[in-house]
Design a protein around this ligand. Sequence first.
Ligand code: ATP
Ligand code: MG
Length: 253
Amino acid sequence: MRGKIIAITNQKGGVGKTTTSINLGICVAMQNYKVLIVDFDPQGNCSSGLGIDKSKGTVYDAMSGTIPPAECIKESSVKNCYVMPANIDLTGATVELVNEKDGYFYLKKMLNQVKNDFDFVFIDCPPSLGILTLNSLVASDTVLIPIQTEFFALEGLTQLVNTINLVKKDLNQSLAIEGVVLTMLDKRTHLTDEVTKNVVGYFGKKVYKTMIPRNVRIAEAPSFGVPVIMHDKSCVGSMAYEQLAKEFVDGQK
Ligand code: ATP
Ligand code: MG
């Protein structure tokens, strides 16, 4: 499918949404697919992590119609991978959109104008279930959920799944779960085994076999404005995201 849109979402903060958007997006592009990563968080971490200028020509400008969407798409440092940045302006949208009758559809309408230029569009969602995340769920074909392997990992998942189901019922009937990726895995402990077992119990085959280990290279890379694979090609973090990209691509067949 050309122009497939995938929302990378979990309302829980700091679980690896941005890290996964950046590194999965880049690794899929390296497999010769044309990829757009949309930063949809006013924090703009995804843009800075990819070394993209977010001062103008952002997703907010594209949605509000001040700048044509195609002009808000910037080249990343990796061939085939493009980025639509975000900055704090996007906070304005959270206020403006709730007052609009079709406020849930703005991102969808905007992405419809550009998605067919790409094989995959990944949306890095903010840590909430507010209007921005709802826009992402309405715009997307599937949802990819990063889950941090920690004690509180499962809290809030029921709420996330309920939200996905509500969106499916009322706003986007074909929305499906793409996959669930366990992130920041520490060495095998009783706790990680337990969390993994619970997540698999809840999501079954949707859980990717590839799990992302906790790896200092992954955390360092954004400070250089590059994906981990350009920071240290052979570290375990790079290998894990390459493997996840393969599993993601294989899952499309
Ligand atoms: P937010 O909810 O604030 O948007 P997020 O879900 O996007 O957060 P990230 O920003 O991707 O989460 O990750 C949170 C922090 O953990 C960051 O500092 C990131 O560098 C670090 N991190 C993410 N994945 C890993 C990993 N596999 N190993 C080590 N550090 C990681
Ligand atoms: Mg983030």
